[in-house]
Write a protein that binds this ligand. Structure first.
Ligand SMILES: Nc1ncnc2c1ncn2[C@@H]1O[C@H](COP(=O)(O)OP(=O)(O)OP(=O)(O)O)[C@@H](O)[C@H]1O
Ligand SMILES: Cc1ncc(CO)c(N)n1
Length: 267
């Protein structure tokens, strides 16, 4: 039996909707064996981030090293990296391990506004990690921080995708969750062409972890050998189902429904 394997290097969300937990649930739903290297533990629920406890560089590097020695992932995803030092150490391990199928979700701020990446780490992200990315998935505010200009029109979004491609990422997906209108459009730039992925916008407050889940679905599909366009298309359908078939749990911004795509028989 051929088993596709994916590794997520990210933070733990005790509330289960984002971070490592969202990634592993998504990998499993898409028939991919999931592995994790935890960068930080967060005390989180649907009301917000109540505590952030980064792990030591040594603890993070060792998790990655032992996976590299034994389990060779077919694709790797990064999420919350918290500090410049952790970002650089993770990038070094990915480079040393020659992991080429890397999906970078440049997590910066949680939905409630809590910082998940220190400001001084943005430089390290741009210098060390983005050049290794096969796919990068910023939302609009993250893309603005990376490129340093405001994205207030669709043309600007295209300019931002090109600028991030120039930093070394091979495929750039600028997500549209933070845009406006009745549709949500994600924009994929592969260095040559722009691809638009559209869906109806669901009016809901339960969107905690949408970015993690979307990037994890891309990672799972790439681990199975799918092209980037196919992987992003499946990920868009996966997250749309997860948002539409809401679980409605927690009193704040609740998690998405990681079962929804499979239950719909969409797979
Ligand atoms: N209200 C919505 N209705 C439908 N699709 C949505 C909605 N919000 C986000 N999405 C989709 O979810 C995915 C993630 O987009 P989004 O811009 O919310 O990411 P994010 O801000 O990084 O998420 P988070 O920080 O909560 O993890 C994209 O594919 C986007 O199209
Ligand atoms: C651990 C973690 N990673 C990422 C996000 C972004 O949704 C979050 N809220 N928590």
């Amino acid at each position: 039996m051929q088993v596709a394997k994916a590794l997520t290097i990210a933070g733990s969300d005790s509330g289960g909707g984002a971070g490592i937990q969202a990634d592993l649930k998504t990998f499993q739903e898409l028939d991919v064996f999931g592995m994790s290297a935890i960068t930080a533990v967060t005390a989180q629920n649907t009301m917000g981030v109540h505590g952030v406890y980064p792990l030591s560089i040594e603890a993070v590097v060792q998790q990655i090293k032992v996976i590299a020695e034994d389990l060779s992932p077919d694709a790797v995803k990064t999420g919350m990296l918290f500090s410049a030092e952790l970002t650089e150490a993770v990038a070094n391990q990915i480079h040393t391990s020659s992991w080429l199928k890397l999906v970078v979700d440049p997590v910066m701020v949680a939905k409630g506004g809590a910082p998940l990446l220190q400001e001084q780490a943005v430089d390290s992200l741009k210098r060390n990690l983005i050049p290794l990315a096969h796919v990068i998935t910023p939302n609009i505010p993250e893309a603005e921080i990376i490129v340093g200009f405001a994205i207030d029109t669709f043309e600007k979004r295209k300019d931002a995708a090109k600028a991030i491609f120039q930093l070394g990422a091979q495929n750039v997906v600028i997500k549209g969750g933070h845009g406006e209108g009745s549709e949500v459009t994600d924009l994929l730039f592969d260095g040559k062409e722009f691809h638009l992925l559209k869906s109806m916008r669901t009016e809901t407050k339960h969107t905690h972890g949408t970015g993690c889940t979307f990037a994890a679905a891309i990672t799972a599909e790439i681990a199975k050998g799918k092209t980037v366009v196919d992987a992003v298309t499946t990920a868009k359908a996966f997250i749309q189902a997860a948002i539409e078939d809401t679980l409605g749990i927690g009193s704040g911004h609740g998690p998405t429904n990681h079962w929804a795509y499979r239950r719909r028989g969409a797979k």
